[in-house]
Ligand binder design. Structure first.
Ligand code: PMP
Length: 402
């Protein structure tokens, strides 16, 4: 008997991510990597964190900072977040907020809360790979969420019934999505709310990149639009997942969910059962740093990332051959390339690593149905402008070679 034979069926749905496997190969110094979707570590507010942690560890504060704490999260941080959400058009209180260990944990809990095996999650094609990984454990079916075109609600319903359940959630990263960099406009967001009303399902708004807008006009969060319709967050079906990972630090693992109190109460029970609470000292440090420099730090991140985004768009225009298309993101970390039909992103990566030594992520893993072979994701967050120019020149050369 091998233990693998008695793993639960859900374990079969968890696959090693193509991206994580690939990232292991990228340590070689001569590779120009546009693969990892991570913040530039040179931009971390390390000094502010050093001060915050030192303060938390003084005799006056250590008993709290190193101790167990409440599952809901550190109250001063939840209050700060309630104010922050207010500035985004989401009036709410600390009781509407749960601190999670990164927004990834929020996706896991929301999957656990809503999805029984066979239920349907609506996701964009392509969508955030980590959301698929989080939901997969709950054995859902996936259907393609259309926000820019109308698809009859009845079609979603029929497909969900055929899969053995009902539509329970629509998941969307509405600002500067991973992997496409694209933003859903207000009309698309309202359309999604209409659809969710008709299907009577939850909307999971993944706002991981929300703060990183470089130009264009901010679009209100889906949750803000729903509160404007209904008058109060307590009547809403949108659950907002935020994160400090792209602004302050991903390593501290601090994210948050904003939801009606009835949903927060249920998520708190899940948090208690899973890990009791997120790291106390990390929440205290994040609160201290957010309170002192969140806005100014984000403003400086925007300036740096904007230049890199601009450098990438300019280099793509210079170097890509006919037939290659790409997105023009207004924020975030990613540009999404569509290659001519018949080309394969994974095969191109293998050739690229062998020859021009440029790394990116082949797009297929981001599609719940395994399509999208002729796509790839480029990240500009960790690359200098010179590296971007050189990398895109090499990639263009490889694509021209056919
Ligand atoms: N959502 C999206 C769209 C992401 O790209 C990521 C991280 N890559 C996450 C959520 C999870 O981030 P974290 O858990 O660090 O908040």
């Amino acid at each position: 008997m091998s233990l693998e034979e008695i793993f639960a069926t859900r374990a079969g749905r968890l696959k090693a991510s193509e991206i994580r496997e690939l990232l292991k190969l990228l340590d070689q110094p001569d590779i120009l990597s546009f693969a990892g979707g991570i913040p530039d570590p040179a931009l971390f507010p390390a000094e502010a964190f050093a001060t915050a942690f030192a303060e938390a560890l003084t005799p006056a504060h250590q008993a709290q900072a190193l101790q167990y704490s409440v599952s809901e999260g550190y109250l001063p941080l939840r209050r700060w977040l309630a104010d922050h959400m207010g500035t985004l058009g989401v009036p709410c209180g600390a009781d509407n907020i749960l601190i999670t260990s990164g927004s990834q944990q929020a996706l896991d809990y929301l999957g656990k809360l809503f999805l029984s095996p066979g239920d349907t999650a609506l996701v964009a094609w392509p969508t955030y790979l980590g959301a698929l990984a989080a939901f997969n454990a709950y054995e859902p079916a996936y259907d393609r969420l259309h926000v820019n075109t109308n698809r009859a609600p009845e079609d979603y319903r029929t497909a969900a019934e055929a899969a053995g359940g009902r539509v329970k959630m629509a998941y969307l990263s509405a600002d500067f999505a991973n992997p496409t960099g694209e933003t859903v406009d207000e009309v698309g967001r309202e359309r999604l709310l209409d659809l969710a009303e008709t299907l009577d399902c939850a909307v999971i708004e993944d706002a991981a990149y929300q703060a990183l807008r470089y130009d264009g006009t901010p679009v209100p969060p889906i949750l803000a639009l729903e509160i404007a319709r209904k008058g109060s967050i307590e009547a809403c079906r949108t659950l907002y997942c935020g994160s400090f990972s792209k602004t302050l630090s991903p390593g501290l693992r601090v994210g948050w969910v904003v939801a009606p109190q009835a949903v927060i109460r249920q998520l708190v029970l899940m948090k208690q059962a899973a890990d009791l609470h997120s790291s106390t000292i990390n929440q205290i440090a994040i609160h201290r740093v957010a309170e002192t420099l969140f806005d100014s730090h984000v403003a400086s991140l925007r300036t740096t990332y904007r230049s890199r985004r601009d450098a990438m768009l300019a280099a793509l225009a210079r170097h890509m051959p006919e037939g290659v298309d790409w997105t023009r993101p207004e924020g975030g970390m990613f540009v999404w390339l569509t290659l001519p039909q018949g080309m394969d992103g994974a095969a191109l990566l293998a050739r690229s690593l062998d020859t021009v030594r440029v790394a990116f992520v082949p797009g297929r893993a981001f599609f719940a149905d395994g399509s999208g072979a002729n796509t790839l994701r480029l990240s500009f967050s960790c690359a200098s402008e010179e590296m971007i120019e050189e990398g895109m020149a090499r990639l263009g050369q490889l694509l021209r070679a056919g």
